[in-house]
Design a protein around this ligand. Structure first.
Ligand code: ATP
Length: 288
């Protein structure tokens, strides 16, 4: 069974504050894009969990979120089962695109079908929340407002199809380090999530692109100037708006059309950046 695991971008990401348990509450509008990993899931008759990947920059042991998804799934289902899972990676690792969480969500969807457990998407979200804050969103994907630690999800009106370029210019910063910086200088919130909700409701592509925003961006830009450079190349080459995704360091920009996105992607590559173009999609649980 092959399941697609789609990447996500954050149209907005606001850190709302720190909780007593040390976690942070966020308010973020997430969006699925067409870039995806492929997850092949087979039953393992000896009840082992075996992970294989075509990329060596991710762990294939218990640290892999796919492994955690298997363990949590079998525990919730009360099954003594096993799985052999092959991950074909296309989503850049540790880039703010939720590659690991999406792989885990795809694994939960595939196991649910393979073992005919009949769990609802809501139940799969609950299982996913045990081991990853972005996993619940990745179960159904689409356009959604994610609150709490990312686990309170409100589906939104699907975005009109938008063409975008995703680009990476170097290593990112650790997410805990960025939260620590946020705690030190609690900046005034400048992210217009409500305005973005309004633009989404009106299917206003220009309004959406104009309201992209991320609390972490300024923190990350202090140490990673390539983020500013990529953003300005995108804007100078027709982007309607550009912003860092998640905890970075990937940056995405929305364009009028595919041709303009393809041109900008090529230009970024010629300047030594990693870049590709894709488009927004409405669901994450599309079968291959
Ligand atoms: P997020 O946007 O959810 O913060 P991210 O895109 O920044 O996530 P991931 O690509 O999910 O980051 O990888 C984060 C870490 O998770 C990496 O250090 C990686 O080693 C580990 N990891 C565990 N499982 C996976 C997986 N299946 N794919 C990619 N990374 C994984």
């Amino acid at each position: 069974m092959v399941e697609r695991a789609y990447a996500k971008i954050n149209l907005t990401l606001e850190v709302v504050g720190k909780r007593d348990d040390g976690y942070h509450n966020i308010r973020s509008i997430m969006q699925t894009v067409s870039l995806c990993d492929y997850i092949t899931v087979k039953k393992d008759e000896s009840d082992a969990i075996i992970i294989k990947s075509d990329k060596c920059n991710i762990p294939t042991d218990k640290r892999n979120l796919v492994y955690k998804a298997c363990e949590s799934f079998f525990r919730a289902a009360g099954i003594k089962g096993g799985a052999i899972i092959e991950i074909k990676k296309h989503i850049p690792v540790a880039a703010g695109l939720a590659g690991g969480s999406s792989d885990a969500a795809a694994t939960l969807r595939a196991l649910n079908r393979l073992y005919k457990t009949g769990f609802s998407e809501d139940m799969l979200r609950k299982i996913g929340a045990i081991f990853g804050a972005d996993v619940p969103y990745c179960i159904s994907g689409g356009t959604a407002l994610c609150e709490g630690i990312g686990d309170i999800i409100t589906p939104l009106k699907p975005l009109p199809r938008m063409d975008l370029v995703i680009s990476i210019g170097g290593e990112g910063m650790s997410t805990p380090a960025m939260y620590a910086k946020f705690d030190d200088n609690m900046q005034q919130n400048t992210i217009d999530t409500d305005g973005m909700l309004d633009a989404i409701n009106k299917s206003d592509a220009r309004g959406i692109a104009a309201r992209l925003g991320n609390t972490f961006e300024r923190i990350c830009c202090e140490k990673r100037s390539f983020i500013i450079k990529i953003k300005s190349i995108m804007i100078q080459n027709g982007a309607l708006g550009a912003v860092m995704s998640g905890s970075g360091p990937s940056v995405f920009g929305f364009f009028h059309d595919k041709e303009e996105a393809a041109r900008c992607s090529k230009l970024l590559i010629s300047k030594g950046y990693y870049a590709f173009y894709c488009n927004t999609i409405n669901i994450a649980n599309k079968k291959s």
